[in-house]
Design a protein around this ligand. Structure first.
Ligand SMILES: *Cc1c(COP(=O)(O)O)cnc(C)c1O
Length: 486
């Protein structure tokens, strides 16, 4: 028993924290300065990192120096470097300097803004910063923002709100044990999987999402949407929500939101805009057209952790109907009742999570550090680099563009003459594997009308024209090598 009494207690002593914090910050500064020297994609096999970790936690505490040594020796080799200037896969992102500082401070404060009184500044900074962002994106007044972890969660909340707005009393009665019409969400065939997943989670099922055909530029066809809604209504199905995407994941196509909004208004259906990636382009005055029509949406998601240089995670859900979101999610047990009552915003009311990280700090610091003009010039440059690469690809006979480039994503493939489609697919798969295995650049792939295509996304603050030029040279070199090997 006396052993227990002699056990150390309390946190790391302040001076020890200070020493290691300085060490860690120095490591971070060196890392960010030299991140381009690492292989972009982790060069480890599945299980390799786990095999180097003890099977159980230590009984006795360990010195920070030992822990940091293992961070460098065991963890870092298993890191795929999203902050690398040659990271072109999925959507390329940046944890910027000001964003990282905000994340560090938020960790130190460890505040949980579930209620206004548990986080007055986080609650009010979130509202103010998101109103800045609303203005920067050219959205009208009346859009109310909250920060969520991911676009997947933002969209889940939006569709839950659409279901609440439909007046089926799902909140009280639930989705089972009673007569309910089949409910539908509509989205283009290019839509992100998070919409299907929201349908799965909300009890709509996979058949609850109906995919609408796209045109030759991969944009939702509003006439086909309207026809689907009319057909479903006639069959007794209840249209809940339309998800329009500005910047689809596969090809960055931009749905005609204004025309889709007309259909939604005519049929009384909630319009949610998935602008997780493309919404950031609205920070560039001449690209603001990407959000044309979005002012008529009921809700919109944009991810500052995607193309606004804020460290993951930070997703913003804007809605013109915050009272519906609250109606769907607010539930206040006695132990969370506060004397402020209805006079304040309690962030726990706007989604399924109670706890609320202080994510607005890193967004605020990033927007202030770069300013509206600095944000715009960086995003504009990414678009310029993408257009430049597309022009190089267009200039080569044996390469072809697979989709237009409205923003900063280039979708293309190597198409040697005389190769049929199946062999071209296999060839591009091998090419992608060879490029990624080399560790000098990291790209991802998609299928465009069934054909394998390479995706090169530009969005990292360290990516320069030289990096794009080198990646293009590498692609051509590897294409020749892979072909010679075949
Ligand atoms: C990235 C992306 C998502 C998913 O974002 P998460 O924040 O990872 O959930 C959804 N939709 C689109 C269009 C995206 O680009």
């Amino acid at each position: 028993m006396s052993d227990t009494l002699e056990m150390p207690s309390g946190d790391m002593p302040p001076e020890e924290f200070r020493r290691h914090a300085h060490q860690v910050v120095d490591w971070m500064a060196d890392y960010l300065a030299g991140v381009g020297d690492y292989p972009v994609m982790a060069q480890v096999r599945p299980g390799e990192v786990a095999a180097r970790l003890p099977a159980s936690a230590p009984d006795a505490g360990e010195p920070v120096d030992d822990i940091l040594r293992d961070f460098r020796d065991v963890i870092i080799p298993g890191i795929t470097h999203w902050n690398h200037p040659d990271f072109f896969a999925y959507f390329s992102i940046t944890g910027s300097g000001p964003g990282i500082l905000g994340e560090m401070l938020a960790a130190a404060l460890n505040t949980n803004a579930m209620l206004w009184r548990t986080g007055p500044a986080p609650t009010e900074l979130e509202a103010r910063t998101l109103d800045w962002l609303r203005q920067m994106m050219g959205l009208p007044e009346g859009f109310h923002g909250t920060i969520q972890d991911t676009a997947s969660m933002s969209t889940l909340i939006a569709i839950a709100a659409a279901r609440e707005a439909a007046g089926l009393d799902v909140r009280e009665q639930g989705m089972s044990g009673r007569e309910l019409p089949k409910m539908r969400v509509y989205a283009s065939e290019e839509v992100h999987s998070s919409i299907d997943k929201a349908g799965i989670t909300l009890g709509l099922g996979r058949t609850g999402t109906r995919k609408i055909a796209t045109d030759d530029r991969f944009r939702m066809d509003p006439a086909a949407l309207e026809q689907a809604i009319v057909e479903d209504r006639a069959a007794g199905i209840l249209p809940l929500c339309v998800v329009a995407t500005t910047g689809t994941t596969s090809t960055s196509s931009i749905d005609p939101v204004a025309a889709i909004a007309v259909v939604c208004e005519r049929h009384g259906v909630w319009l949610h805009v998935d602008a997780a990636y493309g919404g950031s382009a609205a920070l560039v005055p001449e690209l603001r057209g990407v959000l044309d029509g979005a002012e008529r949406a009921d809700s919109l998601v944009v991810n500052p952790h995607k193309w606004m240089f804020v460290p993951i995670d930070c997703s913003v859900l804007f809605t013109r109907r915050p009272e519906i979101v609250r109606r769907a999610f607010s539930l206040v047990p006695e132990y969370l009742v506060t004397p402020e009552g209805e006079g304040v915003t309690n962030l726990m009311d706007y989604g399924p999570a109670l706890g609320k990280r202080f994510r607005s700090l890193k967004l605020w610091m990033t927007l202030r550090y770069f300013g509206a003009e600095g944000m715009a010039s960086r995003i504009r440059e990414h678009c310029r680099l993408a257009t430049l690469l597309a022009s190089w690809i267009d200039g080569e006979n044996e390469w072809e563009m697979m989709a237009p480039v409205p923003l900063s994503l280039v979708v293309f493939r190597h198409a040697p003459r005389g190769m049929d489609d199946a062999r071209t697919d296999a060839h591009n798969e091998r090419l992608l594997a060879a490029v990624n295995a080399g560790g000098r650049a990291y790209l991802s792939h998609t299928r465009v009308r069934g054909r394998l295509a390479l995706r090169l996304a530009i969005g990292n603050l360290r990516t320069t024209e030289e990096h794009v030029r080198d990646a293009w040279a590498l692609l051509r070199q590897m294409a020749a090598e892979v072909r010679a090997d075949a």
